[in-house]
Ligand binder design. Structure first.
Ligand SMILES: [Fe+2]
Length: 295
C-alpha cells in the first residue's frame, strides 16, 4: 500500500463552524455524539478492525425516514447501473447496518471493504486507499431535523451512495482506477485535480438515459433533496477537463453537474483520463490552478 497521510477527524467545531447551515450546529447533544463517533477514526489504520456502534432508536428512526424517501426516489431518478447495484446491495430498511455487516457482501461482490473515517479525509489517503479496495466511511448519523439532506458525509451517505456503488464490479473498478492514478502522483495540485474528477463523477455524476439525466453519483443517491438535482442545476455533457477545472463545494449544492452519455462513456472517460495521469497532467492539459475546495 502506498504511504497514506494520517487522518485527523475534523472536530464538530471545525467542521460545523465552516458549515454555517449545518442543522446540528446548535444542538450540543448531537455534536457530542457526532464528535465521539468521529474521534474513533483518529489513529485508525486503513483496513484495521474497529468497533460497532450502539445506535439509538432516534438514529434508527432517521435511517428509516431516509430509507423510505430514497427507495422510491432511486426508482424514479437513478440510472440503470445504480438500480442493479442497489438490488445486489440489499440495504436494510429498519435498522442502520454496521460497517462490519456491509463489508463481507462488498468483499464478495467487488473486493472492497469499508475502513473507518471521522469525516472528510485528505485526498492522498482517501483516494489512494481506493486502489487497494478500501473506502473510507463514517459511522455517525445526520441531524434528525433535516433528514433528507446532509452537508457532510454520514453513514446514510456512505451506505446509500458508496455502498450501492461498491456492490457493482463495474462501478467499483472506477474507484480503483482513480485510486491508482492518485497513488502515482505526489503533488497537491495533481491530487486536487483527481479529487475534482472524483467529485463530478463518483459523487455528483449523471448518466443520460433516453435523453434524460439520471442520478449516478453517491452524493445524489444519498440525498433526497439532490437526487433530481439536474432539474434545477446546469447540466453539461461529461468533459473531465472541464470538471477538473470546476471548483466544488463540499457543504452545499453544486451549481453545475456533468452527464455521461452512458455508463460505457463514463468508464471510457475516467479510464482515459487516469491511464497516464501524472504530476504534469495539469500543465499539459492547461488546467487552471484553483484555490482549495470550498466548504
Ligand atoms: Fe461520498
Amino acid at each position: 500500500m502506498s504511504t497514506v497521510r494520517k487522518q485527523t477527524p475534523v472536530s464538530v467545531e471545525g467542521r460545523l463552524g465552516r458549515a454555517n447551515e449545518h442543522p446540528g450546529r446548535h444542538d450540543q447533544d448531537y455534536r457530542r455524539r457526532r464528535d465521539a463517533l468521529a474521534a474513533r477514526a483518529e489513529n485508525h489504520r486503513v483496513g484495521a478492525p474497529y468497533e460497532d456502534v450502539a445506535y439509538t432508536e432516534d438514529e434508527h428512526r432517521t435511517w428509516r425516514t431516509v430509507h423510505d424517501a430514497l427507495a422510491p426516489a432511486h426508482r424514479t431518478h437513478a440510472c440503470r447501473e445504480v438500480l442493479a447495484a442497489g438490488e445486489a446491495a440489499d440495504i436494510p430498511a429498519e435498522q442502520i447496518p454496521q460497517h462490519a455487516e456491509i463489508t463481507p457482501g462488498l468483499r464478495t461482490r467487488t473486493g472492497f471493504s469499508l475502513t473507518l473515517a471521522g469525516g472528510v479525509v485528505p485526498n492522498e489517503r482517501f483516494l489512494g486507499a481506493m486502489e487497494h479496495g478500501y473506502f473510507h466511511a463514517v459511522q455517525f448519523v445526520r441531524h434528525p431535523a433535516v433528514p433528507l439532506y446532509t452537508p457532510e458525509p454520514d453513514v446514510l451517505h456512505d451506505v446509500f451512495g458508496h455502498g450501492i456503488h461498491l456492490s457493482s464490479p463495474g462501478i467499483a473498478e472506477l474507484y480503483r482506477v482513480i485510486g491508482r492514478a492518485a497513488n502515482r502522483v505526489r503533488t497537491t495540485e495533481a491530487l486536487d485535480i483527481l479529487s475534482r474528477v472524483y467529485w463530478y463523477t463518483l459523487e455528483y455524476g449523471l448518466i443520460t438515459e433516453a435523453g434524460e439525466p439520471k442520478a449516478f453519483g453517491a452524493a445524489l443517491l444519498s440525498s433526497y433533496g439532490e437526487i433530481a438535482a439536474h432539474e434545477v442545476r446546469e447540466v453539461r455533457e461529461l468533459d473531465l477537463c472541464a470538471a477538473a477545472s470546476t471548483q466544488y463545494r463540499i457543504s452545499s449544492y453544486q451549481s453545475v453537474l456533468f452527464a455521461a452519455r452512458s455508463f460505457a462513456h463514463l468508464e471510457d472517460a475516467i479510464g482515459r483520463f487516469c491511464a497516464e495521469f501524472d504530476d504534469d497532467t495539469g500543465n499539459r492539459l492547461g488546467l487552471p490552478s484553483l484555490p482549495r475546495n470550498r466548504q
